[in-house]
Design a protein around this ligand. Structure first.
Ligand SMILES: Cc1ncc(COP(=O)(O)O)c(C=O)c1O
Length: 429
């Protein structure tokens, strides 16, 4: 948890709101479908303690309704631009099959894939190749063979090398170019989540190489009909001005592409991680898109991952160790950073909360009842700490603990380090 986040018991000024069966003030992250009902945390109408007892821990639970609601919100914002549009959900965020099939049957989105495995998996989950865009980096000859076999999948090429070699195996194809505006935006000031900026990155084609990229495409028999940019992950309202500047910068590429019909504005739309984060204002976001691309004759594609799945998922763990070591009260749990790497990899804040409160909500979250604890995972690495000195109601061994915002880049990035198994995933409908 970041030092400037409020205590978990802090009152929300946002979407949560008090509920009739929950007399305590709403916690900053509570919302109608994620809140305490009595002493138990519920997600999408399901009691997580009861589910975890049946399923065992560690376990991921995803709310299908929340995923669809998130998709619908993005779609409504795009509708408001008045421009033709499409959503390509970035399945790298969460590739759980039942969730992908739910998305497909909703008809709300296609898929953005970044590897042959993801492309095949999207098709296995019901998406047609022509509903899939493919945005990858360091593309191999084997990857290109797969693309050649799927001529209706839309490819965003991010290097001159890819353009040249794709043209050789799949000539005549219409493609997009991933561009790099040398500006980035992500979660707050976190540089780890920026994909372009001052430091030269591997992603996309820079301005100074763009004409050469167009010439290479023409010489390779490819027709460049779109631009694509994805400049970072996790941007919220505080970063919207910076994102608008990035979008305007990317229009430079569009100006030099007479046949452009698609502008893919990437993903990167964030969700709040701490009480002080303000959610992304999708109406303002859509306004930036409309102002930049109206009258340009282009269709807008967006490929969000996190914004669709992150706040729809939780990871439930069991407490196995409660012990004071020197001045630190440790709470040891049965899952470590191999299950959800972002807090360690990207230093993203992590919000641990009890699945079941020790008393009624008002008493349990009374600041006087909270005790700073350090939540430790079960991986033999010093960095395997979920959160340090986070004020929480007291835990006992055997209790269950829930990590919020675990729907994106958690299971999908999992490893079996220390031969610890992956957590089971469950879709809640
Ligand atoms: C090309 C591309 N598109 C979309 C995404 C999805 O990003 P996010 O989950 O932040 O929306 C990523 C994430 O790395 C990406 O690399």
């Amino acid at each position: 948890m970041s030092p400037d986040s409020l205590a978990p018991g802090s009152v929300s000024s946002g979407a949560g709101g008090a509920h009739s069966d929950s007399p305590a003030p709403a916690l900053w992250w509570e919302r109608p479908d994620l809140r305490y009902v009595g002493r138990d945390l519920h997600l999408g109408g399901h009691n997580l303690a009861v589910l975890a007892k049946e399923a065992g821990t560690p376990a991921f639970f995803y709310s299908g309704a929340r995923v669809l609601a998130n998709l619908r919100r993005v779609k409504a914002a795009l509708e408001s631009t008045g421009l033709p549009h499409g959503i390509r959900y970035a399945m790298k965020a969460n590739r759980y099959g039942p969730l992908l099939t739910l998305m497909k049957t909703s008809g709300l989105c296609g898929i953005d894939a970044c590897s042959p495995g993801e492309l095949r998996h999207a098709v296995r989950c019901g998406f047609r190749p022509d509903e899939v865009s493919y945005t990858a980096t360091s593309v191999s000859p084997a990857d290109l063979e797969v693309l050649a076999r799927n001529p209706t999948a839309w490819v965003n090429a991010d290097s001159l090398s890819t353009i040249r070699r794709l043209g050789a195996v799949s000539p005549g194809r219409a493609i997009g170019l991933r561009v790099n505006p040398a500006m980035g935006v992500g979660y707050g000031e976190n540089q780890l989540l920026r994909y372009s900026g001052e430091r030269t990155s591997k992603f996309g084609i820079y301005k100074e190489h763009f004409q050469e990229a167009l010439d290479t495409a023409a010489a390779s028999g490819l027709s460049v009909e779109g631009i694509h940019f994805h400049v970072g992950c996790g941007y919220l309202n505080g970063q919207l001005d910076a994102w608008a500047a990035v979008v305007r910068e990317c229009a430079w590429f569009l100006d030099r592409l007479p046949k452009a019909r698609i502008v893919n504005i990437g993903g990167g739309l964030g969700v709040p991680h701490v009480a002080t984060d303000r959610p992304l204002d999708l109406a303002a976001w859509a306004g930036i898109i409309r102002d930049t691309f109206k009258d340009r004759g282009v269709e807008i594609w967006v490929e969000p991952g996190d914004h669709i799945v992150k706040d729809a998922g939780v990871l439930v763990l069991q407490v196995n160790t409660v012990e004071r070591k020197r001045q630190t009260d440790f709470v040891g749990v049965d899952g470590g950073f191999n299950l959800a790497m972002e807090p360690v990899f990207y230093r993203l804040p992590c919000e641990p909360v009890p699945a079941t409160l020790p008393s009624d909500a008002a008493t349990a979250w009374d600041p006087a009842a909270l005790k700073p604890v350090t939540i430790a995972g079960n991986i033999n690495e010093a960095l395997d700490i979920w959160a340090e000195n986070v004020p929480l109601p007291p835990f006992a061994e055997g209790d269950r603990l829930v990590l919020l915002n675990a729907g994106g880049y958690a299971s999908a990035m999992g490893s079996n380090h220390c031969m610890r198994a992956q957590a089971e995933e469950h879709l809640l409908l």
